[in-house]
Design a protein around this ligand. Structure first.
Ligand SMILES: [Zn+2]
Ligand SMILES: [Zn+2]
Length: 349
């Protein structure tokens, strides 16, 4: 199984592509506010231009204010006072400090009548991004050996490494690339040598969100469909691994565009999880770059596209019938051993 950035042309058994993870989120424009007056739909208000919003951040004193606000935000219910913020700063005069503070009020800070300040939604987002180095730290991590064997050559020679916050999983034996996706600098730094597992969890849950129609970047609506793989993808695969369709997830709002093996869209389905559980296994023990040879995909129809995804454990077969919109339209579970007659099904949607 592979997952990677769409700009990478290296080999994959089946791949998950994504737009680079370095997209800068618009901070406060358009800002969306929930209405409090019982209106049935959310109302959106643009509170500032993106250029103005970002310009307000271009100063060391203001960065320091956001940092202090993030540290103190959870300690107080009434907000942080002007004097607390001033004392925590390196500013010489309160007049100069007041000027910088005022530049943040609106997009990043709210001020009440008693001169107490609180972070807005945008303020909290940007303060966290700054604190975790999302826009400022580049993390390279040397290759770490993985316990899983390569799905192509079966050698236990997979490694994960990070270059400029992009993690690549590849095989040192056959040279194939399985996956290439972004990972926040804080994830790489705080998990140390264990970063591949955290990386797997991070992207597994992002896939789960996408499969449920929610964008992991912006929470917007995700559209899902079966798509054909590019011929360059198929050509790069070894015999027996050619694939013809993938799951594609797209968000119109933020532009997130991810393609992955169809199987990965269904890893956290209750019927799948329970199949593994019934055999004393945990589906999460296998990483998304190699979910195991028990998974197979068969194209049932070209027009419209339809796929059967089968997972088989010890003769216990679970088949998911997937339509072009990536909806599971039927589920069948049956035994393949001699004792079970063909066609015995135990549907459990
Ligand atoms: Zn290999
Ligand atoms: Zn989005």
């Amino acid at each position: 199984m592979t997952i990677e950035d769409e700009s990478d042309e290296s080999v994959r058994r089946s791949r998950l592509q994504s737009t680079p993870e370095t997209t800068v989120e618009p901070v406060s424009s358009p800002a969306v506010e929930e209405t409090t007056g019982g209106s049935e739909t959310a109302s959106a208000e643009i509170v500032s231009d993106p250029s103005d919003a970002f310009q307000a951040l271009g100063n060391e004193t203001r960065m320091g204010i956001l940092e202090t606000m993030l540290e103190r935000a959870d300690e107080t219910e009434t907000g942080v006072t002007f004097s607390e913020l001033f004392e925590a700063s390196a500013a010489d005069t309160s007049a100069g400090f007041a000027y910088h503070l005022e530049q943040l009020v609106g997009p990043y800070l709210e001020k009440d009548g008693d001169e107490h300040y609180e972070l807005t939604y945008a303020g909290r987002k940007i303060a966290r991004a700054i604190a975790t180095g999302a826009y400022t730290r580049r993390v390279d991590h040397p290759p770490v050996s993985l316990a899983e064997s390569c799905p192509f050559c079966s050698e236990q020679s997979l490694t994960a490494q990070s270059t400029d916050n992009i993690v690549a999983v590849a095989c040192e034996n056959c040279g194939r690339s399985l996956l290439r996706l972004g990972f926040p600098p804080s994830g790489l730094e705080s998990h140390g040598e264990g970063f591949p597992e955290a990386f797997d969890r991070h992207h597994r849950h992002r896939l789960g969100l996408m499969a449920e129609g929610v964008c992991p970047e912006c929470s917007g609506e995700i559209s899902s469909e079966l798509v054909r793989t590019a011929s360059s993808t198929d050509d790069a695969l070894p015999p027996g691994f050619e694939e013809h369709v993938q799951a594609a997830f797209n968000c119109d709002l933020c532009g997130l565009d991810v393609r992955c093996p169809v199987s990965l869209a269904f890893l956290d389905r209750p019927v799948v999880v329970s199949l593994y559980h019934d055999h004393g296994r945990n589906i999460r023990d296998r990483p998304i770059w190699n979910v195991g040879h028990e998974w197979t995909e068969t194209i049932l129809s070209e027009e419209p596209l339809a796929v059967r995804v089968v997972v088989e454990l010890e003769g216990d077969v679970l088949a998911l019938y997937v339509d072009e919109g990536l909806e599971v339209v039927d589920v069948q579970r049956s035994e393949t051993n001699a004792a079970a007659s063909e066609g015995t099904t135990d549907a459990a949607a």
